[in-house]
Design a protein. Structure first.
Length: 630
């Protein structure tokens, strides 16, 4: 991760958008369940072709226009758990009141000003992720804030939105979507651009995630929460990086984007110093590659394609300049070209290579009139796509002369990003006429029950139960936090023991392949009751939980009996201890009280999980002292 930049002097401006799925019984505008299905379970499919629509002012959003550079067929898989609303064959129902309540609770937790009426809007999205060609979103509140280590960060807006369909297969000209996810309610929280560093961005995202999870009413797991990061630096431009799913990646994403913009500005300055220029001439150089050894070009030509090239005057050695780890200015040109439906481009800084010879490179240069300081880009594809690709390359090259283009980018797993589309404009939004507004009265807001935040609960657990910071934080975030408090209060069990039973031991068992997900809360409660009643020793908890997980039909008592964990009485413990000490009398007389440690291991081997370790230790100490006193 770039670490040498001074973000204050660089003029970093950053804000984030959090998209969190809500754990509701039904979707946002219909009664379908919010569960994800296996694609193989789909019982029907249909397809759509989508086109951009004009706004109320007659404008077409620029991001939507770019989506239709290539005509794509969108195929949708439906299920017995989806309906005609997801298929856009039936109008949406009213706004889900459960989702609205959760959204309002989150608004309160962020100290936001809640709207008097909630109106639903349509946001144009024609990448196929919505069958209707738009996403429904409802504004809830604005003007909130959270406190952070770097000062207060504003919360600009919070909206309720319907989740998009998920891609299950991209075939190039066809994209297959699954409708199970479409319509799941989510909240979108947009911060003000108050974030001052990559580390601060991670802190803000972490706190917002904590607040959302504290409600106990959001979905958990990969893909249920996503962060979009908006970044710019002085002299750069606002860039939105979408789809950051890993909280740990946010810091890297912000740092890499700040560095990318910084390097693009340096490239701009060098281009201007050189007097670089970008013309609109596209040359057909197909004839140069008749006998080529390039597999990519040969394949394109066999299919009736063409090879087109454009001159980039003054760009020599800069097309290959690295602006992100493993990505160059040429990657930016290629990303734009791919939007036209081609697989990529060749550029002069990487040639000769890929079967393209020095002689062919020089022939292209000659055809373009490219001098020593000039570069070029080239594509092999069907003619219409090749022309669109070269036009896109020229547009991006022209933007390099200005600096950093405003755009939406896709987060990549290693913390870099790639081009998706231009930033959308105001023409993207227009009213939704099928969904009636919802009045939110002061009484509605006052009646909301706000949850205890995780960090507040953790602090309470430290003070009230004497847990260390690690255990307090772990239990505060656990879905079993109520069971923890009940077990400590009603069963008089040590708090740390309850934490180990509910959180630590299940994790250890899961690490060795035990299916602990099959342990419902009721079984955990039974296990704790057995320990509290001294029917199972605390040392037997791992074996007991494993037995119940492997045999879900067994109660805790049945599992204890089946595994020989049923507790033994104090008399039984004393009998076992007496027998072991008597059998090693000479060793005890020789070692004295130091024999306690070695003999403890032998007794525990006999009684582990059947009696409490402290009880065994006390009995063994008494028996050793009795023998030595004789």
């Amino acid at each position: 991760m770039p670490g040498s930049l001074d973000y204050a002097s660089l003029g970093l401006v950053c804000g984030i958008e959090i998209h969190q799925q809500l754990d509701t019984a039904a979707k946002l505008f219909c009664g379908c369940p919010t569960r994800i299905r296996e694609v193989e379970e789909s019982d029907h499919q249909f397809f759509r072709y989508l086109r951009p629509a004009r706004s109320e002012l007659g404008e077409i959003d620029r991001a939507a226009l770019e989506e239709v550079l290539v005509t794509r067929k969108f195929i949708y898989k439906s299920y017995d758990s989806t309906c005609l609303v997801e298929a856009d064959e039936e109008p949406p129902g009213e706004l889900n009141p459960e989702a609205l309540e959760i959204g309002l609770i989150v608004s309160r937790l962020l100290s936001m000003k809640i709207a008097d009426e909630v109106h639903t809007m349509r946001k144009i999205v024609i990448d196929g992720s919505n069958t209707s060609g738009f996403q429904r979103t409802a504004y809830l509140a604005s003007h909130g804030s959270i406190d952070t280590s770097c000062g207060r960060v504003g919360m600009e807006t919070i909206c309720l939105e319907e989740e998009a369909a998920r891609i299950v297969e991209d075939r190039g000209d066809e994209v297959v979507y699954s409708l199970d996810r479409l319509g799941i309610p989510l909240v979108e929280i947009c911060t003000s651009p108050d974030i001052v560093s990559p580390a601060h961005a991670r802190e803000v995202a972490g706190r917002l995630g904590m607040i959302l999870r504290s409600t106990g009413r959001v979905k958990r797991g990969l893909g249920t929460i996503r962060q979009d990061v908006n970044v710019s630096i002085r002299g750069g431009a606002r860039v939105e990086i979408k789809g950051v799913q890993d909280l740990n990646l946010i810091e890297t994403i912000v740092a890499v984007e700040a560095e990318r913009q910084h390097l693009l500005l340096e490239i701009r300055d060098e281009l201007l110093r050189r007097g670089a220029m970008v013309s609109d001439r596209v040359a057909d150089v197909t004839g140069i590659f008749g006998p080529t050894e390039s597999k990519v070009i040969r394949s394109a030509l066999r299919k009736g394609g063409a090879v087109l090239a454009v001159k980039l005057a003054g760009f020599a050695d800069l097309i290959g300049a690295e602006i992100q780890p493993g990505r160059r200015l040429g990657s930016e040109l290629s990303d734009r070209a791919k939007r036209a439906g081609v697989g990529g481009i060749f550029h002069s800084d990487e040639l000769p290579a890929y079967g393209i010879t020095t002689k062919e490179v020089e022939a292209v240069r000659s055809e373009l009139g490219a001098g020593e300081g000039d570069g070029f880009a080239m594509v092999a594809a069907p003619l219409d796509r090749a022309e669109a690709a070269m036009k896109a390359v020229l547009e991006r090259a022209a933007e390099a002369l200005v600096g950093v283009p405003e755009e939406t980018r896709r987060a990549l797993p290693e913390g870099t990003s790639e081009y998706m589309r231009p930033l959308p404009g105001s023409a993207r939004m227009y009213p939704e006429t099928d969904v009636p507004p919802v009045v939110v009265s002061p009484e509605d807001v006052a009646s909301l029950l706000l949850p205890e935040l995780f960090d507040e609960r953790a602090a309470r657990y430290e003070g009230e139960y004497g847990l260390n910071r690690e255990f307090a934080t772990l239990m505060a975030q656990s879905p079993y936090n109520r069971l923890f408090e009940e077990a400590v209060r009603d069963l008089s069990l040590p708090p740390a023991l309850v934490v180990r039973t509910l959180e630590m031991i299940p994790r250890e068992l899961e690490g060795v392949g035990v299916p602990v997900s099959r342990l419902p809360e009721s079984r955990l409660k039974e296990a704790l009751a057995l320990v509290a009643g001294r029917r199972v020793a605390k040392e037997g908890i791992p074996k007991l939980l494993e037995a119940m997980a492997m045999n879900p039909g067994l109660s805790a008592s049945e599992a204890a009996s089946a595994t020989g964990l049923s507790g033994v009485g104090e008399g039984d413990v004393e009998a076992v201890v007496a027998a072991i000490v008597a059998g090693r009398e000479e060793f005890v007389r020789e070692r004295g009280e130091a024999a306690l440690g070695p003999l403890m291991g032998l007794v525990m081997k006999e009684l582990r999980g059947k009696a409490d370790g402290a009880l065994i230790s006390a009995a063994l100490r008494r028996e050793i002292e009795r023998l030595l006193a004789d």
